[in-house]
Design a protein around this ligand. Structure first.
Ligand SMILES: Nc1ncnc2c1ncn2[C@@H]1O[C@H](COP(=O)(O)OP(=O)(O)O)[C@@H](O)[C@H]1O
Ligand SMILES: [Mg+2]
Length: 270
Protein backbone atom coordinates (compact mmCIF):
# COMPACT_ATOMS: atom_id res chain seq x y z
CA UNK A 1 0.00 0.00 0.00
CA UNK A 2 1.00 3.54 -0.64
CA UNK A 3 2.90 4.65 2.45
CA UNK A 4 1.52 8.15 2.34
CA UNK A 5 -2.04 6.85 2.17
CA UNK A 6 -1.51 4.71 5.20
CA UNK A 7 -0.03 7.49 7.26
CA UNK A 8 -2.26 10.26 6.07
CA UNK A 9 -5.08 11.01 8.48
CA UNK A 10 -5.12 7.66 10.21
CA UNK A 11 -2.72 8.00 13.06
CA UNK A 12 -2.47 4.24 12.93
CA UNK A 13 -0.75 1.99 10.43
CA UNK A 14 -3.14 -0.87 11.16
CA UNK A 15 -6.30 0.75 9.85
CA UNK A 16 -6.50 0.97 6.10
CA UNK A 17 -7.74 4.14 4.57
CA UNK A 18 -10.29 3.91 1.78
CA UNK A 19 -11.14 7.46 0.68
CA UNK A 20 -8.98 10.56 0.83
CA UNK A 21 -10.14 14.00 -0.22
CA UNK A 22 -7.35 16.48 -0.81
CA UNK A 23 -8.15 20.21 -1.02
CA UNK A 24 -11.34 19.39 -2.89
CA UNK A 25 -13.23 22.37 -4.30
CA UNK A 26 -16.25 22.83 -6.51
CA UNK A 27 -17.59 26.04 -7.98
CA UNK A 28 -20.35 26.65 -10.48
CA UNK A 29 -20.55 29.54 -12.87
CA UNK A 30 -24.01 30.98 -13.00
CA UNK A 31 -25.17 34.20 -14.63
CA UNK A 32 -21.59 35.41 -14.92
CA UNK A 33 -20.89 34.78 -11.23
CA UNK A 34 -18.79 32.10 -9.59
CA UNK A 35 -20.59 30.24 -6.86
CA UNK A 36 -18.36 28.25 -4.50
CA UNK A 37 -20.11 25.13 -3.17
CA UNK A 38 -17.11 23.30 -1.69
CA UNK A 39 -13.81 24.86 -0.73
CA UNK A 40 -10.55 23.08 0.14
CA UNK A 41 -12.23 20.03 1.68
CA UNK A 42 -9.75 17.59 3.23
CA UNK A 43 -10.97 14.32 4.73
CA UNK A 44 -9.81 10.75 5.26
CA UNK A 45 -12.22 7.82 5.65
CA UNK A 46 -11.25 4.34 6.76
CA UNK A 47 -12.43 0.94 5.53
CA UNK A 48 -15.70 -0.24 7.10
CA UNK A 49 -16.79 3.12 8.48
CA UNK A 50 -20.33 4.51 8.50
CA UNK A 51 -19.97 8.22 7.84
CA UNK A 52 -22.80 10.74 7.93
CA UNK A 53 -22.76 14.00 6.00
CA UNK A 54 -25.14 16.51 7.50
CA UNK A 55 -26.05 19.92 6.13
CA UNK A 56 -28.95 22.05 5.07
CA UNK A 57 -30.52 21.67 1.67
CA UNK A 58 -28.14 23.28 -0.84
CA UNK A 59 -25.08 22.93 1.41
CA UNK A 60 -23.32 20.65 -1.09
CA UNK A 61 -23.97 17.11 0.19
CA UNK A 62 -24.95 15.71 -3.21
CA UNK A 63 -22.14 17.65 -4.86
CA UNK A 64 -19.61 16.04 -2.51
CA UNK A 65 -21.00 12.53 -3.04
CA UNK A 66 -20.93 13.08 -6.81
CA UNK A 67 -17.27 14.08 -6.59
CA UNK A 68 -16.42 11.02 -4.48
CA UNK A 69 -18.18 8.74 -6.97
CA UNK A 70 -16.49 10.41 -9.95
CA UNK A 71 -19.86 11.27 -11.50
CA UNK A 72 -18.81 14.91 -11.31
CA UNK A 73 -15.37 16.54 -11.48
CA UNK A 74 -13.99 19.02 -8.96
CA UNK A 75 -12.87 22.54 -9.81
CA UNK A 76 -9.77 21.86 -7.75
CA UNK A 77 -8.23 19.19 -5.56
CA UNK A 78 -8.32 15.41 -5.73
CA UNK A 79 -10.26 12.32 -4.69
CA UNK A 80 -8.20 9.21 -3.94
CA UNK A 81 -9.80 5.80 -3.42
CA UNK A 82 -7.94 2.61 -2.58
CA UNK A 83 -8.29 -0.29 -5.00
CA UNK A 84 -6.38 -3.55 -4.57
CA UNK A 85 -4.17 -2.04 -1.91
CA UNK A 86 -3.11 1.08 -3.77
CA UNK A 87 -4.49 4.57 -3.96
CA UNK A 88 -6.09 5.54 -7.24
CA UNK A 89 -6.48 9.21 -8.01
CA UNK A 90 -10.04 9.03 -9.30
CA UNK A 91 -10.04 12.68 -10.30
CA UNK A 92 -7.07 12.12 -12.61
CA UNK A 93 -8.94 9.52 -14.68
CA UNK A 94 -10.94 10.34 -17.79
CA UNK A 95 -14.72 9.87 -17.73
CA UNK A 96 -14.64 6.37 -19.22
CA UNK A 97 -12.08 5.16 -16.70
CA UNK A 98 -13.99 6.78 -13.85
CA UNK A 99 -17.11 4.93 -14.97
CA UNK A 100 -15.25 1.62 -15.00
CA UNK A 101 -13.73 2.36 -11.59
CA UNK A 102 -17.19 3.17 -10.22
CA UNK A 103 -18.61 -0.09 -11.60
CA UNK A 104 -15.89 -2.06 -9.82
CA UNK A 105 -15.78 -0.23 -6.50
CA UNK A 106 -18.78 1.96 -5.71
CA UNK A 107 -22.49 1.37 -5.14
CA UNK A 108 -24.85 4.35 -5.07
CA UNK A 109 -28.30 4.70 -3.50
CA UNK A 110 -30.35 7.79 -4.39
CA UNK A 111 -33.24 9.56 -2.69
CA UNK A 112 -35.58 8.87 -5.62
CA UNK A 113 -34.42 5.28 -6.15
CA UNK A 114 -33.50 5.83 -9.86
CA UNK A 115 -34.73 2.42 -10.98
CA UNK A 116 -35.21 1.81 -14.70
CA UNK A 117 -38.98 1.64 -15.23
CA UNK A 118 -38.87 -0.68 -18.26
CA UNK A 119 -36.82 -3.35 -16.47
CA UNK A 120 -38.15 -5.83 -13.93
CA UNK A 121 -36.95 -5.82 -10.33
CA UNK A 122 -34.53 -8.68 -11.06
CA UNK A 123 -33.21 -6.99 -14.22
CA UNK A 124 -32.71 -3.68 -12.41
CA UNK A 125 -30.59 -5.36 -9.73
CA UNK A 126 -28.58 -7.46 -12.20
CA UNK A 127 -27.93 -4.55 -14.59
CA UNK A 128 -24.62 -3.27 -13.11
CA UNK A 129 -23.07 -6.74 -13.34
CA UNK A 130 -24.32 -7.22 -16.87
CA UNK A 131 -22.96 -3.82 -17.91
CA UNK A 132 -19.60 -4.68 -16.41
CA UNK A 133 -19.24 -8.23 -17.70
CA UNK A 134 -21.66 -8.37 -20.63
CA UNK A 135 -23.26 -11.64 -19.57
CA UNK A 136 -26.23 -12.81 -17.51
CA UNK A 137 -24.37 -14.21 -14.51
CA UNK A 138 -25.75 -11.34 -12.42
CA UNK A 139 -29.23 -12.88 -12.26
CA UNK A 140 -28.39 -15.49 -9.66
CA UNK A 141 -26.64 -13.03 -7.38
CA UNK A 142 -29.46 -10.52 -7.94
CA UNK A 143 -31.97 -13.17 -6.84
CA UNK A 144 -29.99 -13.87 -3.66
CA UNK A 145 -29.78 -10.17 -2.81
CA UNK A 146 -33.48 -9.65 -3.45
CA UNK A 147 -34.17 -12.49 -1.01
CA UNK A 148 -31.99 -10.70 1.54
CA UNK A 149 -33.86 -7.41 1.18
CA UNK A 150 -37.20 -9.21 1.52
CA UNK A 151 -38.30 -9.10 -2.12
CA UNK A 152 -37.81 -12.74 -3.02
CA UNK A 153 -41.34 -12.90 -4.43
CA UNK A 154 -41.16 -9.75 -6.61
CA UNK A 155 -38.49 -10.62 -9.19
CA UNK A 156 -40.78 -10.06 -12.17
CA UNK A 157 -42.58 -6.94 -10.94
CA UNK A 158 -41.90 -3.59 -12.55
CA UNK A 159 -40.81 -0.69 -10.31
CA UNK A 160 -44.11 1.21 -10.65
CA UNK A 161 -45.89 -1.69 -8.92
CA UNK A 162 -43.75 -1.28 -5.81
CA UNK A 163 -44.09 1.04 -2.82
CA UNK A 164 -41.36 3.61 -2.15
CA UNK A 165 -39.82 1.41 0.54
CA UNK A 166 -39.83 -1.60 -1.78
CA UNK A 167 -38.21 0.44 -4.55
CA UNK A 168 -35.47 1.51 -2.17
CA UNK A 169 -34.91 -2.15 -1.21
CA UNK A 170 -34.37 -2.88 -4.91
CA UNK A 171 -31.96 0.06 -5.13
CA UNK A 172 -30.01 -1.25 -2.12
CA UNK A 173 -29.74 -4.69 -3.73
CA UNK A 174 -28.60 -3.04 -6.98
CA UNK A 175 -25.95 -1.02 -5.14
CA UNK A 176 -24.55 -4.22 -3.59
CA UNK A 177 -24.68 -6.45 -6.66
CA UNK A 178 -21.05 -5.95 -7.71
CA UNK A 179 -19.80 -6.21 -4.12
CA UNK A 180 -18.37 -2.66 -3.98
CA UNK A 181 -16.03 -1.58 -1.18
CA UNK A 182 -17.76 1.78 -0.94
CA UNK A 183 -21.46 2.61 -0.68
CA UNK A 184 -22.68 6.16 -1.18
CA UNK A 185 -26.25 6.96 -0.12
CA UNK A 186 -27.78 10.34 -0.92
CA UNK A 187 -30.67 10.92 1.51
CA UNK A 188 -31.83 7.31 1.04
CA UNK A 189 -34.76 7.70 3.44
CA UNK A 190 -35.62 11.27 2.39
CA UNK A 191 -38.58 10.22 0.27
CA UNK A 192 -40.00 7.64 2.66
CA UNK A 193 -42.35 7.95 5.64
CA UNK A 194 -40.65 7.72 9.02
CA UNK A 195 -41.48 4.08 9.77
CA UNK A 196 -40.46 2.87 6.32
CA UNK A 197 -37.34 5.04 6.47
CA UNK A 198 -36.30 3.39 9.75
CA UNK A 199 -36.73 -0.09 8.30
CA UNK A 200 -34.74 0.83 5.18
CA UNK A 201 -32.00 2.46 7.24
CA UNK A 202 -31.68 -0.61 9.45
CA UNK A 203 -31.52 -2.85 6.40
CA UNK A 204 -28.85 -0.71 4.76
CA UNK A 205 -26.75 -0.54 7.94
CA UNK A 206 -27.07 -4.28 8.55
CA UNK A 207 -26.12 -5.23 5.00
CA UNK A 208 -23.22 -2.79 4.81
CA UNK A 209 -21.85 -3.76 8.24
CA UNK A 210 -22.20 -7.49 7.59
CA UNK A 211 -20.22 -7.14 4.40
CA UNK A 212 -17.65 -4.71 5.87
CA UNK A 213 -18.58 -1.91 3.47
CA UNK A 214 -17.70 1.72 3.97
CA UNK A 215 -20.93 3.72 3.88
CA UNK A 216 -21.06 7.48 3.32
CA UNK A 217 -24.58 8.81 3.77
CA UNK A 218 -25.92 12.30 3.17
CA UNK A 219 -28.90 13.03 5.39
CA UNK A 220 -30.89 15.77 7.09
CA UNK A 221 -31.71 13.41 9.91
CA UNK A 222 -29.72 13.90 13.12
CA UNK A 223 -31.10 10.60 14.51
CA UNK A 224 -29.39 8.74 11.69
CA UNK A 225 -26.20 10.68 12.36
CA UNK A 226 -26.31 9.55 16.00
CA UNK A 227 -25.64 6.01 14.76
CA UNK A 228 -22.66 6.88 12.59
CA UNK A 229 -18.99 6.25 13.36
CA UNK A 230 -18.18 9.80 12.28
CA UNK A 231 -20.30 12.81 11.41
CA UNK A 232 -19.37 15.76 9.22
CA UNK A 233 -21.33 18.94 8.78
CA UNK A 234 -21.25 20.89 5.52
CA UNK A 235 -21.61 24.61 5.94
CA UNK A 236 -20.54 27.46 3.67
CA UNK A 237 -18.39 25.15 1.59
CA UNK A 238 -16.52 23.78 4.61
CA UNK A 239 -16.59 20.25 5.99
CA UNK A 240 -16.57 20.36 9.77
CA UNK A 241 -16.00 17.25 11.85
CA UNK A 242 -18.51 16.48 14.60
CA UNK A 243 -17.98 14.15 17.50
CA UNK A 244 -18.69 10.56 16.52
CA UNK A 245 -21.39 8.93 18.62
CA UNK A 246 -22.05 5.61 16.86
CA UNK A 247 -21.52 2.14 18.33
CA UNK A 248 -18.05 1.85 16.83
CA UNK A 249 -17.11 5.45 17.39
CA UNK A 250 -14.84 4.98 20.39
CA UNK A 251 -12.83 2.09 19.06
CA UNK A 252 -12.65 3.39 15.53
CA UNK A 253 -12.47 7.13 15.93
CA UNK A 254 -8.80 7.05 15.05
CA UNK A 255 -9.59 5.62 11.64
CA UNK A 256 -11.48 8.66 10.51
CA UNK A 257 -10.33 12.19 10.74
CA UNK A 258 -11.16 15.47 9.12
CA UNK A 259 -7.93 17.27 8.50
CA UNK A 260 -7.64 21.01 8.19
CA UNK A 261 -11.39 21.42 8.45
CA UNK A 262 -10.74 24.94 9.55
CA UNK A 263 -13.28 27.61 8.90
CA UNK A 264 -12.18 29.75 6.00
CA UNK A 265 -13.11 33.28 6.97
CA UNK A 266 -13.21 34.47 3.37
CA UNK A 267 -15.78 31.78 2.59
CA UNK A 268 -17.79 32.70 5.69
CA UNK A 269 -18.14 36.27 4.52
CA UNK A 270 -19.60 35.34 1.14
N1 LIG B 1 -25.13 22.04 -12.09
C1 LIG B 1 -25.21 23.05 -11.22
N2 LIG B 1 -25.11 24.34 -11.62
C2 LIG B 1 -25.17 25.36 -10.75
N3 LIG B 1 -25.34 25.19 -9.41
C3 LIG B 1 -25.47 23.93 -8.95
C4 LIG B 1 -25.41 22.78 -9.82
N4 LIG B 1 -25.55 21.66 -9.06
C5 LIG B 1 -25.69 22.07 -7.79
N5 LIG B 1 -25.65 23.43 -7.73
C6 LIG B 1 -25.74 24.25 -6.52
O1 LIG B 1 -24.81 23.78 -5.58
C7 LIG B 1 -25.32 23.92 -4.26
C8 LIG B 1 -25.23 22.60 -3.55
O2 LIG B 1 -26.16 21.70 -4.13
P1 LIG B 1 -26.31 20.21 -3.63
O3 LIG B 1 -24.99 19.56 -3.61
O4 LIG B 1 -27.37 19.57 -4.46
O5 LIG B 1 -26.81 20.42 -2.13
P2 LIG B 1 -27.51 19.40 -1.11
O6 LIG B 1 -27.37 18.03 -1.70
O7 LIG B 1 -26.79 19.59 0.19
O8 LIG B 1 -28.93 19.83 -1.00
C9 LIG B 1 -26.73 24.46 -4.40
O9 LIG B 1 -26.70 25.85 -4.18
C10 LIG B 1 -27.08 24.14 -5.82
O10 LIG B 1 -27.98 25.06 -6.35
MG1 LIG C 1 -28.79 16.63 -2.21
Amino acid sequence: MNKRAEDDGLGSETRPLLVRLDALGKSYHEAGQEKCVLEAVDCSIGVGQFICLLGKSGSGKSTLLNLISGIDRPSEGSVFIRENGREVELTALNEHRRTLFRRRNIGIIFQFFNLIPTLTVLENVALPVELASNDRKGHRRAGNLLDRVGLGDRFDSFPDRLSGGEQQRVAIARALIHDPVLLLADEPTGNLDEGTGDVILNLLLELSRDAGKTLIMATHDEDIASRADAVYFLERGQLVSHQARGPNADSRADAVQAKSCKVNTAAMQR
